[in-house]
Design a protein around this ligand. Structure first.
Ligand code: 6GU
Length: 242
């Protein structure tokens, strides 16, 4: 209801540059992303990098200078794609409300706070790396951010783009059913989320914690805080350091 007369809600445009645009054909048609799209909170488009080539065979890659295995994505189609989508050919010319993001295993770790920043932009351009790499002039001179989703190697940036879009879109004001859900979860307070239970109270001999069935909201809150700390200590002790 609120969004129809709230001028502060602006549409986020997401442009994905990829050699596999069909990879994204259905993934954005579910759940929160589908709802946010239907509500015009976000518009997501996947573009074929090959459409920005100018040769007959639509070549997007070439052999690495200095030798070595695999192929490298050429700079020309990527610079042309970003120029046509943003108007900028260099990082310094990217408008302040826009982010041009290269997805690569060499990027800065993607975090919840980065997702929150991206959610406030007006345009997010995601460049999916492929093969053994992307010509470094893209990272050096064109993109505003180089981002990795974790310490493992994917065969391309496409799954990473999906993950970034999901994490970002759910933080757009109005995208979540309940406005509080986004702030009470894992990471926004530096802890993992607390454990959740639903009916039945006993399942195959395993009981849900009695305190959750008491209706004592202060005690429930105390239990959840302790359980979140406990789970964080066990699964992510790195989050508790310093
Ligand atoms: Cl963003 N791309 C690729 N290819 N591998 C990754 C990654 C991205 N993040 C973690 N591994």
């Amino acid at each position: 209801m609120k969004k129809w007369f709230n001028e502060s809600i602006k549409m986020l445009r997401v442009d994905i540059i990829t050699i596999f645009p069909d990879y994204f054909r259905e993934v954005f048609e579910y759940g929160i992303i589908r709802r946010a799209t239907a509500a015009s909170l976000v518009e997501i488009k996947a573009h074929d990098l090959r459409s920005w080539t100018s040769d007959k065979h639509k070549v997007v890659d070439d052999r690495p200078f200095g030798g070595g295995d695999g192929m490298v994505l050429k700079p020309e189609p990527i610079f042309a794609a970003v120029e046509s989508l943003t108007g900028a050919r260099r990082r310094a010319d990217v408008a302040s409300g826009k982010r041009v993001v290269l997805l690569s295993p060499q990027g800065k770790p993607f975090t919840q706070s980065m997702a929150a920043e991206f959610a406030q932009s007006e345009q997010l351009v995601l460049i999916c790396g492929r093969y053994e790499g992307v010509d470094e002039r893209v990272a050096d001179a064109l993109v505003t951010d180089e981002v990795s989703i974790g310490d493992y190697v994917l065969s391309g940036g496409e799954p990473a783009a999906l993950i970034v879009v999901d994490a970002v879109v759910r933080l757009i004001p109005g995208a979540l059913g309940s406005e509080t859900s986004a702030t009470t979860e894992s990471f926004s307070d530096g802890l993992l989320d607390y454990p959740h239970y639903t009916r039945p109270p006993e399942f195959e001999g395993m009981r849900a914690p009695d305190v959750l069935l008491t209706g004592h909201h202060a005690e429930i809150e105390r239990w959840r805080q302790g359980a979140a700390e406990e789970k964080t200590k066990r699964n992510r002790p790195d989050l508790l350091k310093e």
